[in-house]
Design a protein around this ligand. Structure first.
Ligand code: CAO
Length: 448
């Protein structure tokens, strides 16, 4: 016996719409449960949508280039009753009753608490039907679309020279060349505040590097291209200042080592980063303007009452920043376990766009690699990010006035806090890092 199942786009985080960039099945194909059906892409990540059940594809309801949202129908699947999808209560989703417009980035609302709603609801989902495709869909073959995607070119901006305006591969190449030669100036001009002082910079140097020696061209990874644009925007539009400090983590490190055996039995490491998240939450509670964003007009601060901490993870394809939600409600063991899980997901390219959204403050730790300090770039619309470098045993001059002073060996952790100077004053930043250092020196403070 068989039944027809409507397979719909599951929870895709806060994204209202994503593009269908690949269709991996066709009518008549037999698919296994969890087999990938289509690939969708947002401006931050790509994601494969898996089949909720085993069965045979009866009819496709999407085509390449379509925009889909949570609840959009992907295809009809003839699943045997045994294989029909069980209600996915185990995997909570955030499904709004109606698709709300994306909130302004600076005032992004907290991720809704997981609701006990199955992802593939049988009831019709009130989202844009497939027919509501964008009015203008650039005319190009799938291979040209793929080529444009790989280069990060927006086909909507490419003029087609083929018949009936069809975009060819050469059109995409010419477009990318034009963009590259204009890139720095264009990006800066785009970032200039409306009505503000326009940037007036000399043209980017055009150098034929091959004239000076052998060269090789290596394309940037997708993640680097996407995150590069955001990093560039943040770097030139946020007035960054970095406050350096250090924390004495001698006792904390001893405590971490003592407590690590329990987590290792469960298959994860109790890392310093878990304690850092805990200590940052304590400091963010004490100094709420660090757990905030400027509103769109730049005149108000949106103080967030939740603590979602972004953690920079280095992957072979580039940097990604998954978010540990509600870090204030989690213990260090839970945080360590979750860190291990998200780092693995990041390195396996399995993070969903929603996993990287809603952060209120970020931590970038290069402590496992080395270095004494660095100046991290703020992850807009957040207003601060903590960089952590490698701890080292150093002689510290200890002793109160009137007592015999001496150098004692202490394990010191370098901290680099980059902050948005429009929101945070230097004095506040110095107080924040001093307080954070005091919490790390005596982690019991995080209980207070
Ligand atoms: N000082 C000294 N040693 C440290 C340390 C620190 N601050 N932080 C971590 N270490 C040690 C760990 O104890 C571990 O040692 P053992 O293997 O002996 O236990 C080792 O370094 C490796 O740690 P790790 O990297 O596996 O774990 P982590 O929790 O420190 O970091 C993660 C996890 C995901 C943050 C990390 O793997 C990573 O990707 N870091 C890079 C982030 C990045 O690129 N930031 C730059 C952003 S700006 O471009």
């Amino acid at each position: 016996m068989s039944s027809i199942t409507e397979v719909k786009v599951p929870d895709i985080g806060d994204f209202k719409e994503v593009d269908v960039i690949e269709i991996l099945v066709k009518p008549g194909d037999t698919v296994a449960k969890e087999a990938s059906l289509i690939t969708v892409e947002s401006d931050k990540a790509t994601m494969e949508i898996p089949s909720p059940a085993a069965g045979v594809v009866k009819e496709l309801k999407v085509k390449l280039g379509d925009k889909v949202a949570e609840g959009s129908m992907i295809l009809l699947l003839e699943a045997s009753v045994d294989a029909a999808p069980a209600p996915q209560a185990a995997k909570p989703a955030e499904i709004p009753a109606t698709p709300a417009p994306a909130p302004p980035a600076a005032a992004s609302a907290p991720a809704a608490e997981p609701a006990a709603v199955p992802i593939h609801r049988p009831a019709p989902v009130p989202l844009a039907p497939v027919a509501e495709a964008p009015a203008f869909m650039p005319h190009a073959s799938p291979s040209v679309r793929k080529f444009a995607r790989e280069l990060g070119a927006d086909l909507a901006k490419v003029r087609g020279s083929g018949s009936k305006g069809r975009i060819t591969q050469e059109d995409v190449q010419a477009f990318v060349k034009r963009m590259l030669s204009a890139a720095p100036a264009t990006a800066l001009a785009a970032a200039a505040p409306a009505g503000g002082v326009p940037f007036n910079l000399p043209e980017w140097p055009q150098v034929d590097f091959a004239k000076f020696g052998p060269v090789e061209l290596k394309a940037l990874s997708r993640i680097k291209r996407l995150s590069g644009a955001n990093l560039h925007r943040n770097w030139i539009s946020i007035p960054h200042v970095t406050q350096f400090d250090e924390a004495d983590i001698t006792e904390l490190e001893a405590f971490r080592k003592e407590s690590g055996a329990a987590s290792e039995k469960q298959g994860f490491k109790l890392t310093l980063l878990a304690f850092l998240i805990k200590a940052c939450v304590t400091a963010l509670r004490q100094y709420p303007e660090f757990n905030a964003s400027l509103d769109r007009g730049g005149e108000n601060l949106v103080l967030k009452k939740y603590f979602h901490i972004g953690v920079a993870v280095d992957t072979p394809d580039g940097l990604v920043v998954p978010v540990i939600r509600d870090a204030d409600r989690k213990g260090v063991y839970d945080l360590a376990r979750e860190l291990a899980e998200v780092s693995k997901l990041a390195r396996d390219k399995k993070l969903k766009p929603g996993d990287m959204q809603g952060g209120t403050f970020s931590i970038s730790s290069l402590g496992g690699i080395g270095g004494t300090a660095f100046t991290p770039i703020i992850n807009a619309p957040e207003v601060a990010i903590l960089g952590v470098s490698r701890s080292a045993m150093r002689p510290v001059w200890v002793g109160a006035k009137g007592e015999a002073c001496q150098f004692v060996p202490r394990l010191m952790l370098p901290l680099s806090l980059a902050y948005d100077h429009r929101v945070i004053d230097g004095a506040a930043a110095a107080r924040f890092t001093s307080y954070l250092a005091s919490v790390l020196s005596d982690i019991r403070r995080s209980l207070l």
